[in-house]
Design a protein around this ligand. Structure first.
Ligand SMILES: NC(=O)c1ccc[n+]([C@@H]2O[C@H](COP(=O)([O-])OP(=O)(O)OC[C@H]3O[C@@H](n4cnc5c(N)ncnc54)[C@H](OP(=O)(O)O)[C@@H]3O)[C@@H](O)[C@H]2O)c1
Length: 553
């Protein structure tokens, strides 16, 4: 049965070529807004290290999605304002929307959530016992903080357990408000708040929790586009909130083949974000050239480290080629090249857990510094490093930063499971800064700020007797490229959508699995890191995103 579903999924979404558009738009919109699907969801009752041990798929084929006992609407689609959950769930406009979920990406954060290692970004959850990042699954932290977010959604059928999923997109089928015109049925939306529990067929949320998306993103990217906004939003903020790269500055990152890394390198090369440029000739010329020219560029230049792991030379070269050509990196290097081979005492120590670090190859670092200086029109080393890995990989990034220039390494992920060690001299004598970024917190804070601003505007309008409902002028500090600001959540969605349309911004390739084939999808994901896998769907120049299809099967 699982195989049949997979086949069906693969047939439905054939491999995309540049000029092929997804044809099902109208049919999909119609289907989403008129037909009733089964309700189904993926939730977890306890924490555990392995998602397949704790996640469960539940559905009831007798219950149509539209027949759900939604507590807030009656049979005539009228809102029941007396329902106890109504005041908690509406935003200041009282607008609620029902989203029929289409696709949900499976992100490392989902795994961390199941493991009980992911805290809640909601400030009002602070009083509950927030699971510590360092806690182990056996310590079973209180799930209250995680439930806080998913409880913001209403109309759930299986009320008991938290539903997994923090990202994804779907279509509005109902909106309830006096001013519901902003969300006509069929509107494509992405999640504007984290942790809503998106791995289900539908959810009711306050309208401010979702952000409308131009249909062109679905047409161009298909299911892969569902990961654009949180991964791309993270990449956008990483490039703008810390050290805003000056024209021609080099930015360095690890995990260059990750979803965030792939989007970050494309964004760094964007003329729309950074002004029109005669970029160095490796960027997006489509021919896979890896040489660079000294032409002046107004966009920063991205250099990525990736893992060679057990890949064959051909397979590694294919990844490098893809990341320079499509990912628009100036060049890509293997991070293993910066480490000295382990001698027998170190590897022995590693086996019995006493070896702390492997040695960095200082000659390789010197060579890389030289290469980076040659790449930069100003001859300087990177002032911004993006770290998704930690451990030894982060040590390499720190050594490649320009000293005494306020250079900053932003840690946004810890894929190696190791901490970030910053040597004391790097902090004191090189003035290197180590900071962190969490996009979930940014979204929550931004949401609150937007709500506050809207409330103030409404108040002012009432005082002045105005009826104008134009958009708030927004918080315009910080991020500004090409004289434009992208600080609001909707602005981030807008600019990413525009880049997809005008610059062919791509998401990591997707491997789509039906939600009900939960085990099959998790197994596929677990085997993705195995370079020897013979599964053809694992063959990809860069890591694929597992994407759940939330539709009816
Ligand atoms: N702070 C935030 O707001 C935020 C937002 C989004 C994502 N993130 C974090 O960013 C990171 C990347 O997320 P993503 O969705 O882009 O990931 P992804 O597409 O799933 O890619 C994972 C990346 O991590 C690398 N990796 C996996 N295991 C590793 C290990 N043991 N040591 C070193 N590298 C390893 C992979 O390299 P291989 O291909 O070689 O395995 C790949 O480059 C995650 O840590 C995620 O939690 C943070």
């Amino acid at each position: 049965m699982a195989g049949r579903h997979l086949l069906r999924t693969m047939n439905r979404y054939p491999l995309r070529r540049a000029s092929i558009y997804y044809p099902k738009l109208d049919a999909h919109r119609k289907q989403c807004t008129t037909t009733s699907r089964w309700y189904h969801e993926v939730s977890y009752q306890r924490y555990g290290n392995d998602p397949k041990d704790v996640l469960s798929y539940r559905s009831d084929p007798r219950i149509g999605d539209l027949d759900l006992p939604d507590p807030i609407i009656d049979n005539n689609n009228n809102i029941d304002e007396k329902h106890p959950s109504f005041p908690d769930c509406r935003n200041e406009d009282g607008l609620l929307v029902r989203v029929e979920m289409m696709h949900v990406p499976w992100n490392p954060a989902d795994v961390n959530t199941i493991q009980g290692r992911y805290p809640s970004p909601y400030p009002y959850a602070a009083s509950s016992q927030i699971p510590s990042i360092a806690s182990t699954s056996s310590s079973r932290p209180d799930r209250k903080s995680i439930r806080v977010a998913s409880n913001r959604c209403i109309g759930r059928y299986f009320e008991k357990d938290p539903i997994i999923g923090s990202e994804g997109w779907g279509r509005i089928t109902h909106s309830i408000s006096s001013s519901s015109s902003s969300f006509p049925p069929g509107t494509l939306v992405t999640m504007g708040l984290p942790g809503l529990g998106t791995l289900r067929s539908s959810l009711w949320v306050p309208a401010s929790a979702v952000l409308p998306v131009a249909d062109v993103v679905w047409e161009r990217l298909g299911p892969a586009g569902c990961s654009l906004f949180q991964l791309g939003g993270t990449a956008l903020r990483l490039l703008s909130d810390f050290v805003v790269a000056a024209p021609g500055d080099v930015v360095i990152q690890n995990a260059g083949n990750s979803g965030v890394g792939f989007l970050a390198s494309q964004l760094a090369a964007s003329p729309i974000l950074f002004g029109s440029s005669s970029k160095n000739n490796t960027n997006g010329d489509g021919d896979g050239n890896t040489s660079t020219s000294n032409e002046y560029s107004t966009a920063p230049i991205m250099v990525s480290l990736i893992r060679r792991r057990g890949k064959s030379k051909e397979s590694f070269d294919e990844t490098v080629d893809y990341l320079t050509r499509v990912g628009k990196n100036a060049f890509v290097v293997a991070e293993e090249d910066f480490f000295l081979p382990e001698d027998s005492s170190t590897s022995k120590g590693r086996e019995n857990g006493t070896a702390k670090t492997i040695k960095i190859n200082e000659a390789a670092i010197r060579e890389m510094r030289q290469r980076l200086r040659e790449l930069s029109p100003t001859g300087s080393l990177p002032k911004l490093a993006l770290n998704a890995v930690g451990g030894n990989s982060a040590r390499v990034l720190l050594k490649l930063l320009e000293p005494n220039a306020g250079s900053t390494m932003v840690t946004y992920g810890g894929m190696s499971g190791k901490g970030v060690d910053v040597a004391t001299p790097q902090l004191i004598f090189n003035d290197v800064r180590a900071v962190g970024y969490w996009h979930s917190r940014w979204m929550v804070r931004q949401h609150e700020q937007e709500q506050k601003q809207q409330a103030e505007q409404r108040k002012r309008r009432i005082v002045r007797g105005e009826t104008n409902n134009s958009k708030s002028s927004s918080n315009r500090d910080g991020c500004s490229w090409n004289n434009k600001s992208y600080n609001r959540r909707d602005e981030v969605v807008e600019i990413l959508s525009r880049l997809v349309q005008e610059e062919d911004l791509k998401c990591p390739p997707a491997h789509v699995v039906c939600m009900e084939d939960l085990e099959e999808g998790l197994l596929w994901q677990a085997n993705q890191s195995n370079c020897q896998s013979s599964d053809p769907s694992h063959q990809s120049p860069i890591r694929k995103k597992l994407v759940w299809d939330c539709g009816e099967q």
